[in-house]
Design a protein. Structure first.
Length: 642
């Protein structure tokens, strides 16, 4: 198999190494903190805590564990304890491989069993932790041999326990894609560090065969929804590019590679706007999709510096469906720039969007769904307020550092200083490729004074959100408007303000948006005045899912019994609301929303020492600004500190 990451070029600072070492002590015991589970040993003896009063016990689970243990004899080391790849480690539900052998059977559980979350086994099966162990093996030679051995054991365990297409681990092509990327990058790095031949020829053949079978499975189960698909299909593309790049050359893998590059260009153009934001209306899904596009692009640049580049022009277009011939591609091996100019601009601006949405505490504004999804994890980003080494999924600085690996923009520099590993990783993956894109100017243009328009509404409320006699609250404030995404942001030395205009307006698939129109998130001097309530969970508790995406859960104008956009199942949302930005200056942000027979107006006034919200509506309403609880990551709930 090919290699693209030179481990000697990766920068692992002391802080990263120390945090990885703490995680190592959990990982080596097969304890994982995933989707709010807390560190849990995921084995066949698991006694789950239960989820919202629902706890499942399967007496056959331990028996199956002994079968797997026997199956791994002479294939893994004697002291290796198999990982339970089939259990929802929160509710305890066991997706027994002999029973849940198809996508249909696994998904039926979601409708019949309350509290069961299929995302739990999927999350573990993405194998994020193997890449972090691989990074630690670079930084700490004393642990290297043990980590290489653990990698071999776990990969062998997964392959033996999960025949292709026949367990819960194969019911989501997106997760197959993410798993392949993490497996390949870990393999690439550890092969360079394996001095004792632990990853011998027999293992290499088994590993390569598994990747080949995974790619073939993926190509047969693409989550393609048309010219513009969603993040699932973008993940498929990333998986295709990585697998085809690493596998040995063949007519088929060459065609897969060309297809992956073709579709990456197509989907990046459809899923990211010129302003850099993502079309799904979620800041967390924006990161996920940006990682798919960025790391895939970096690998392609790396390929272009090898003999493998010829595959992108000398392929059989009939080998893969929808694959264009070389002359019809938007990329070119003959131009100075391989990608079309707009592509690299849009990718860089995806990073700029994230940099604007980050607050003083390094956390992203939570807009829309957040399922804590990533393509890969390198540097542990730990919540400094938590003594349990829990990941802070709202800190998106690692994406900005990764962006700096190709786009050395000022907006990414501080993130790179804090998290140098991501930047060095992308730099190594791309073969040292650096680009100078055209940065989109998201600063808001001049706004006309609309005067006092609240007098036309029969119901009103004025709320003083903040007042002090400190330094000028408006010092250094700049205004950013992402019109396509539907977001206004004001940022200054003391102040962060965001107001959602309409994230569902341009979303082709609005299922990850919330009823948060006119909702504000405000931070002063690094402290929250208001914050978004987040997401919590999806199918495991559909009623709670709706509560977290409802109007009531957001800092906006709420008319009793009315939703801005009615829900249609767990993922559906019927567009109804129409929102218009009326005025935006350093002193005033005003916008109006209409849905059904409801019309409401939010008027935010800012002075040197006050923040005042004036709300108006044509019906009785309430407007609260302090959520008692919030979710800062999938499966997590916290109570607001007083």
């Amino acid at each position: 198999m090919h290699s693209y990451v030179d481990v000697d070029k990766l920068i692992v600072n002391n802080n990263c190494r120390d945090e990885l070492y703490v995680l190592y002590q959990f990982y080596i015991m097969h304890k994982y903190d995933l989707l709010g589970s807390g560190y849990t040993k995921v084995d066949y003896k698991l006694d789950a805590k239960g989820f919202h009063g629902r706890k499942y016990i399967d007496r056959t689970m331990a028996l199956y564990g002994s079968i797997i243990k026997a199956k791994l004899q002479n294939k893994c080391t004697a002291d290796y304890e198999p990982i339970n790849w089939f259990v929802d480690y929160k509710s305890g539900f066991f997706f027994a491989p002999w029973k849940y052998m198809s996508e249909k059977r696994c998904y039926e559980v979601m409708d019949r069993k309350e509290g069961v979350d299929i995302k739990c086994p999927w999350e573990l099966g993405r194998l994020y932790h193997l890449l972090q162990l691989s990074v630690l093996a670079i930084a700490d030679q004393t642990l290297r041999e043990g980590i290489v051995l653990e990698f071999r054991n776990e990969i062998t365990d997964f392959i033996e326990a999960n025949p292709v297409g026949r367990t819960v681990q194969w019911t989501a092509p997106m997760d197959v894609s993410i798993r392949m990327v993490n497996m390949l990058l870990s393999y690439d790095m550890l092969m360079q560090l394996d001095r004792k031949g632990c990853l011998d020829k027999k293992f290499q053949i088994s590993f390569e065969q598994h990747i080949d079978k995974s790619l073939r499975f993926l190509m047969e189960h693409l989550e393609y929804q048309g010219r513009i698909s969603a993040n699932h299909y973008l993940s498929n593309i990333a998986g295709i590019i990585f697998a085809a790049a690493y596998l040995p050359e063949s007519s088929w893998t060459d065609a897969c590679l060309a297809f992956g590059v073709q579709e990456l260009i197509e989907q990046t153009g459809g899923q990211f706007y010129e302003e850099g934001s993502n079309f799904e209306g979620s800041t967390s899904y924006h990161r996920l999709s940006a990682e798919f596009a960025l790391y895939s692009t970096a690998l392609i640049y790396g390929i272009l510096k090898t003999e493998r580049r010829s595959a992108l022009s000398q392929y059989d277009s009939s080998a893969v469906g929808r694959l264009k011939n070389a002359k019809a591609q938007k990329y070119s091996l003959h131009r100075a720039e391989f990608f079309p100019g707009w592509f690299t601009d849009r990718l860089c601006n995806a990073g700029i969007f994230t940099s604007v949405c980050l607050k003083d505490n390094a956390e992203i504004v939570q807009i829309g769904d957040n399922d804590s999804g990533r393509l890969l994890k390198l540097t542990p980003v730990i919540d400094t307020d938590d003594a349990c080494m829990k990941e802070n999924v709202l800190d998106h600085n690692t994406l900005l550092s990764a962006m700096y690996g190709i786009f050395q923009e000022k907006a990414f520099l501080e993130s790179t200083k804090k998290y140098p590993l991501e930047s060095s990783f992308v730099d190594a993956l791309s073969g040292g490729t650096h680009k100078n894109p055209n940065v989109y100017d998201s600063h808001f243009k001049k706004s006309e004074d609309i005067g006092n328009i609240g007098e036309n509404y029969p119901y009103s409320k004025e709320t003083v959100l903040f007042r002090d006699n400190g330094s000028n609250l408006l010092e250094g404030v700049e205004i950013y408007y992402f019109e396509k995404f539907g977001l206004i942001v004001l940022k200054g030395s003391r102040l962060f303000v965001s107001m959602v205009i309409d994230t569902a307006k341009n979303a082709i698939y609005p299922g990850h948006t919330h009823n948060d129109k006119l909702s504000v998130e405000i931070m002063v001097d690094g402290k929250y005045i208001t914050r978004d309530s987040g997401t919590y969970v999806y199918t495991a508790a559909s009623q709670i899912r709706d509560q977290f995406r409802s109007v009531k859960a957001h800092n906006t104008i709420c008319i009793e019994g009315r939703e801005q956009n009615p829900f249609e199942g767990v993922w559906g949302m019927k567009r109804q609301a129409k929102v218009k930005l009326l005025q935006c200056t350093r002193n005033r942000v005003a916008a109006k929303a209409k849905y059904g027979d409801v019309e409401c107006l939010r008027d935010l006034w800012l002075t040197e020492n006050t923040l005042i919200v004036k709300d108006y509506a044509n019906k009785p309403f309430c407007a609260a600004f302090h959520n008692i609880i919030y979710s800062d990551g999938y499966g997590k709930i916290r109570r607001v500190k007083k």
